[in-house]
Write a protein that binds this ligand. Structure first.
Ligand code: MN3
Length: 194
């Protein structure tokens, strides 16, 4: 079974003016597609791994019986596939506010505004390419803000991803150029979950 690019439930221009249609189209059809293709390529030699969900491959990454180069490829491209699949879902304009989650965030971080401030600060400070996530820790069940380099995924650390922000330049450069903080603050307008 090959991994496939998920379809979006909304149009590329649905997140305008905060995320522009051209960025969305390239991000989905080129960047995400490439992660999917390269993940499939990395799994070609391993028929027994091909049917496993990408979350499982990443959670079990260190135990997979694969060549080291393929382990790295599964980490990067499997991570890229999973992260983007989740990203498109969080950004669906049809999403409704999750009242329970919003309350838990407010009680965990002091207030929703304080949480947004801290999350934004982490996202702006990611050096180079990476993501900032709100995760639920696998051991303590607490909510945490955690940044990751490249396409590393929270599931690699046993954390449950809740939502994340892609701060690779490909996610914002066409519209925001070097102004990552502007992209980060605009992004809250398209996240309907909280
Ligand atoms: Mn991306």
């Amino acid at each position: 079974m090959k991994h496939e690019l998920p379809q979006l439930n909304y149009a590329y221009d649905a997140l305008e003016p905060y995320i522009d249609a051209r960025t969305m189209e390239i991000h989905h059809t080129k960047h995400h597609q490439t992660y999917v293709d390269k993940l499939n390529q990395a799994l070609e030699k391993y028929p027994d791994l091909q049917g496993r969900p990408v979350e499982e491959l990443l959670a079990d990454l260190q135990n997979l019986k694969v060549d080291e180069a393929d382990r790295t490829a599964i980490r990067n491209h499997g991570g890229g596939h999973l992260n983007h699949t989740l990203f498109w879902k969080y950004l669906d304009p049809a999403n409704k506010k999750d009242e329970l989650l919003s309350k838990e965030i407010a009680s965990s971080f002091g207030s929703l505004d304080e949480f947004k401030k801290r999350f934004s600060d982490s996202a702006v400070k990611v050096f180079g390419s990476g993501w900032t996530w709100l995760v639920r820790d696998g051991k303590t069940s607490k909510l945490l803000i955690q940044s990751f380099p490249n396409q590393d995924s929270p599931v690699m650390l046993g954390q449950q991803p809740i939502f994340g922000l892609d701060v690779w330049e490909h996610a914002y450069y066409l519209k925001y150029q070097s102004k990552r903080p502007d992209y980060v603050s605009a992004w809250w307008n398209v996240l309907k979950l909280i």
